[in-house]
Design a protein around this ligand. Structure first.
Ligand SMILES: [Zn+2]
Length: 241
């Protein structure tokens, strides 16, 4: 009987040890994977690319092209403000291998990996919208419904876009639980749909350098407003890096 009790106690002790050690191992690997966020780093993710044109607008206008043009401008504006910008792509290319059988899912997984590796303070994924009703227009920003930070960032970007682009019928930022990027990103990420490629006015504007620049500036303005509100602004030293 005595022997049984001591065996039972030993087994319990071993279980406790195992539990404690595995928790510690999990914490170590978490902090190694995630590390600290880098306040000076912003990821700009131009949606689609390569074989994936994204939404198609008036006259076959491809979303991927507008996304990249706006994103490169956004990169420029943010760098001028002292940020280090990590782009998920800088050419008309997806993030998949040519031989991949599931290019779309490989592309999305690699975007998520690139974002998580960069450990940015935030990520802006740049997209354009489309709708069967050509009258529908205006920018709209999406966030992951369960992310308080995402919601705050989305609201800041939405306000800035509405204001800077003089939007007639302003929309509000919208929560979402199904978009892959929103679900899978570890940090704060929003999807900025800059306009509707199916609306003739907006499709035309989005192809001009001037309007693209305005969109990029509005997004950067929103980013700055969010960081200020959250007390995440860069010190002068950080800006110099
Ligand atoms: Zn898109």
């Amino acid at each position: 009987m005595k022997k049984h009790i001591s065996e039972l106690m030993m087994a319990c002790l071993l279980l406790v040890c195992f539990f404690v050690l595995s928790r510690q191992a999990a914490e170590v690997s978490n902090s190694m994977n995630q590390g600290e966020i880098r306040k000076n780093v912003i990821v700009v993710d131009p949606g689609h690319g390569g074989d994936d044109p994204g939404m198609l607008g008036i006259g076959g206008l491809e979303e991927k092209k507008i996304n990249l043009e706006v994103s490169l401008r956004l990169k420029n504006v943010l760098e001028n403000r002292g940020f280090t910008v990590v782009m998920t792509r800088e050419e008309d290319k997806g993030l998949y291998d040519a031989s991949s059988k599931s290019k779309k899912s490989q592309d999305m997984q690699r975007r998520i990996a690139a974002i998580n590796d960069a450990r940015p303070v935030l990520t802006v994924s740049v997209h354009q919208n489309s709708y069967q009703d050509a009258g529908v227009k205006g920018p709209q920003v999406f966030y992951f419904e369960h992310s308080a930070q995402g919601e705050k960032l989305a609201k800041a970007l939405q306000d800035s876009l509405n204001r800077e682009l003089h939007v007639e019928r302003p929309r509000v930022a919208k929560g979402n639980t199904s978009y892959y990027l929103l679900k899978r990103s570890e940090g704060t990420l929003v999807i900025a749909e800059c306009g509707f490629l199916t609306n003739p006015d907006e499709a035309a504007l989005l192809q001009t350098e001037e309007y693209q620049e305005n969109v990029a500036r509005a997004l950067a303005e929103g980013v700055a407003a969010y960081l200020e509100q959250e007390g995440l602004t860069l010190s002068e030293e950080e800006t110099e890096k």
